[in-house]
Design a protein around this ligand. Structure first.
Ligand code: PAF
Length: 285
């Protein structure tokens, strides 16, 4: 597996792949790789003959009081995992490589970035959209794979690729879960053993809402309440619980099969997110 640290190195490798008419996939990550990321690499391998993974803890998407400094980092471990998962290249730039002195350009997806995580984390999605645009322009991949756990992020990336006319197909891969239902996340590493035991409450709430929906409940408030019960029972502090249209992310007045329930909650100091389409196909694991 090839390691790349600079923009010219990426350009040279991608040009080689292109000369050989190879189909290229990119999996953008911030490292601290877990089974969820590795499932993105496997999805990318199914869709392309060369897979690059970027590992970059993007300072632009962290607010002043967020966890940039303590965000888990394990570059050598991540490189080994990418190699074992069959990636062909890993790009791990220093911040100055992507943000040269005087960097003054940003990408903003206006409406989709409002509300939900965008409201709680001002500037977060500007940082995400900016770095993802830079990576998509640099690699110009045929396909880029993102996890559905960060659902608002996925919608924003789909939108920016469409709006900017980028030639990349954006793929959203299913959430990968621990055996007890907790969605895999690099931030799970922050949880104490006791917090970890309570953390599946986000998923429990979402499943309760799905069951209620399947039993015929369409009242958005009642469905929200079903999600809140296990959060409260496990001492989680709700950040938001929202029911939105899965395509537009606009609020729903009445729940439909295409409604997505999105949850963000603090378990201790750790903020976790999860989501579930109320009438969507049920996935185990
Ligand atoms: O989801 C992430 O890990 C990050 O937001 C991304 C897409 C790699 C951009 O930094």
């Amino acid at each position: 597996m090839i390691r790349l640290a600079t923009v010219p190195e990426v350009r040279t490798l991608v040009a080689e792949w292109r000369r050989a008419s190879l189909r290229v996939a990119l999996v953008p990550t911030m490292g601290a790789l877990h089974g969820g990321h590795l499932s993105l690499v496997r999805e990318a391998k199914r869709r392309a003959s060369r897979v690059a993974v970027s590992i970059f803890v993007n300072p632009l998407q962290f607010g002043p009081n967020e966890d940039l400094a303590r965000y888990p980092r394990d570059l050598e471990g991540d490189v080994a995992k990418c190699s074992a998962a069959g990636a062909d290249a890993v790009f791990h730039p220093e911040p100055a490589e992507l943000y040269p002195p005087g960097f003054d350009t940003s990408v903003e997806v206006a409406r989709l970035a409002k509300g939900l995580c965008g409201e709680r984390r001002p500037g977060h999605f500007r940082g995400v959209a900016t770095v993802v645009t830079k990576l998509l322009v640099l690699f110009s991949p045929d396909v880029a794979v993102f996890g559905r756990k960060d659902y608002q992020q996925l919608k924003i990336v789909e939108r920016l690729a469409l709006d900017l006319g980028l030639p990349t197909e954006i793929v959203g891969a299913p959430i990968v879960r621990e055996p007890d239902g907790l969605a895999m996340s690099s931030r799970n590493a922050y949880l104490s053993p006791e917090e970890r035991r309570g953390a599946p409450c986000l998923r429990e709430g979402l499943l309760a809402a799905r069951r209620l929906f399947a039993a015929g409940e369409r009242d958005v408030e009642k469905l929200r309440e079903a999600i809140l019960i296990p959060l409260a029972a496990n001492g989680a502090r709700m950040d938001y619980v929202e029911l939105r249209d899965r395509d537009t992310l606009l609020p729903e007045r009445t729940a439909r099969a295409t409604t997505i329930a999105l949850v963000a909650a603090f378990i201790g100091r750790t903020r976790l997110i999860d989501n579930e389409i109320l009438g969507g196909e049920m996935r185990v694991g």
